[in-house]
Design a protein around this ligand. Structure first.
Ligand SMILES: Nc1ncnc2c1ncn2[C@@H]1O[C@H](COP(=O)(O)OP(=O)(O)O)[C@@H](O)[C@H]1O
Ligand SMILES: N[C@@H](CC(=O)OP(=O)(O)O)C(=O)O
Length: 448
């Protein structure tokens, strides 16, 4: 059995939906289909999830939400018309959205999740109808009813372990399952969503639950590229990579696959194949537990902006037992996760996502000053992380030198390096303004 996930670009309009039906019916093993909400039909278009966020925010602001609601309904209306499905579907979708608004929770985050989740939920219902109309027995399955249980961190939920056993039962269904991605429900029955891009996570959970032979993730590129194709023209394609490589690259900027979607696949050892809905015969990129890399080879280079660094200097820090723990405790108390902590004998830095600091920055600074008595503490913003990743980098001398020479030659100032924490990656922090040039210079150094 194969679990297949189609991203927003693959289900953005009737033409794309017709392609996904052909892809599914062309292989009898493709029994479970996870779908996203309609994505962008052209580059300046707006994803339905973003329209739903705008609708939810209009409702919360107490403004007239009818135009925003009609814009969402209009997107489904166009799909329905082109697929020649009954008009009643659109009335049902409008009533569904009205119901979500009228019965809204007093918890704004939970309400927003209910609105966001409707994107995939209503699309899955339409797509199931489209399969049936083409004579292919298919069935919409509601994630909550099927036992996709999530934590109650609305907008950032995680799967609960019992979900896997609940969802395993779906493999006995006779029809092709059409399963909306991106959401599930909490133990108390409230809708909760994964982080943005989370339909990839739904697909991986289902694949692990039913012990699929492969998790096929269909998107709009032939393969994962060694660098973001939006930054570099014609980057090399990746035929095969490991879970670890994909996780590291996805975590820092490879938008093509969600980094958290790797975990369920790793646990169940399900290979992932990333393929193109617009060119399904292309082999795609395989993501597998292990591979034999060429020594010294790099598989990919990714980058992401939106990071900050806390720099702390304190003479004799190395003698102060518990300094690091107390620093991290302050972040824990404030609910701030950290990404990297490079340290020296008298200094320690913590890299974190700027969005997680938000309004807590002053409190964090004052606690560090009062509780850790540093010689100096500063918080720097506007940083990007650049990751160079490859199983082949392990035990290969000269990899960092090659990267720093490339930075030097292109005038990129390095703010921080973290090498060795992970044996398959090097992390470089640079100013946001240097990110693109940093990627291009590394690309030239490692891929020619
Ligand atoms: N390293 C990469 N390789 C391929 N595509 C990438 C990479 N980094 C970013 N992308 C972008 O990811 C896009 C596909 O991801 P996404 O928009 O989430 O697709 P979907 O609509 O299928 O969910 C591609 O169109 C491409 O622009
Ligand atoms: N629709 C959701 C979830 C998702 O995974 O979408 P996509 O497959 O278009 O990345 C989002 O936009 O975040």
């Amino acid at each position: 059995m194969k679990v297949v996930k189609f991203g927003g670009s693959s289900v953005a309009n009737a033409e794309q939906i017709s392609k996904i039906i052909d892809i599914v019916v062309s292989d009898a093993d493709r029994r479970m289909v996870v779908v996203s909400a309609p994505g962008k039909r052209f580059s300046e278009d707006t994803k339905v999830t973003d329209l739903l966020i705008a609708l939810g925010e209009t409702v919360l602001a107490g403004d007239d939400y009818e135009p925003a609601l009609e814009e969402v309904v209009g997107r489904y209306g166009e799909i329905r018309q082109e697929l020649d499905l009954p008009e009643t579907i659109i009335q049902t979708i409008r009533a569904d959205l009205q119901g979500r608004i009228e019965n809204r929770s007093s918890n704004d985050l939970q309400f927003m999740d209910t609105m966001k989740a409707s994107g995939e939920d209503n699309n899955a219902k339409i797509i199931a109808e489209a399969f049936i109309k083409k004579g292919c027995p298919a069935k919409y399955v509601n994630p909550g009813a099927a036992g996709m249980l999530l934590s109650d961190e609305f907008g950032n939920a995680e799967v609960l372990p019992e979900s896997f056993e609940n969802l395993a039962k779906l493999k006995y269904e006779a029809e092709i399952i059409i399963f909306p991605g991106f959401f599930g429900c909490t133990k108390s029955g409230e809708v909760a969503t994964f982080p943005r891009g989370g339909s990839d996570i739904t697909g991986a959970i289902l694949a692990a639950a039913v012990k699929a032979e492969v998790y096929e993730n269909f998107t709009d590129v032939d393969s994962v590229c060694a660098m973001d194709p939006r930054i570099i023209d014609n980057p090399p394609a990746i035929d095969c990579m490991t879970y670890r490589e994909m996780r590291e690259l996805a975590y820092a900027g490879f938008g093509v696959f969600h980094d958290e979607a790797i975990i369920p696949a790793v646990h169940a050892e399900i290979p992932i194949c990333i393929k193109n809905t617009n060119n399904p015969s292309a082999p795609g990129t395989m993501v597998v537990p292990s591979r034999k890399p060429e020594l010294g080879s790099v598989v990919g280079i990714s980058s992401a902006d939106g990071f900050s660094a806390i720099y702390i200097d304190k003479y004799m820090m190395n003698r102060e037992v518990g300094f690091g723990r107390r620093l991290l405790q302050i972040l824990e108390d404030e609910g701030i996760p950290f990404e990297h902590t490079p340290s020296g004998i008298d200094n320690m830095s913590v890299i974190l996502r700027t969005s997680t600091l938000s309004d807590k920055e002053a409190a964090v600074l004052s606690r560090i000053e009062n509780e850790l008595d540093p010689d100096k503490v500063v918080i720097d913003h506007g940083l990007s992380l650049v990751m160079v990743v490859g199983e082949g980098m392990h035990y290969t001398p000269g990899m960092a030198a090659k990267a720093t020479e490339a930075f030097h030659a292109s005038g990129v100032n390095l703010e921080m390096i973290n090498q060795g924490a992970s044996e398959i990656s090097m992390m470089f922090a640079v100013k946001d303004t240097d990110r693109i040039i940093a990627i291009r210079s590394l690309g030239a150094a490692f891929f020619g």
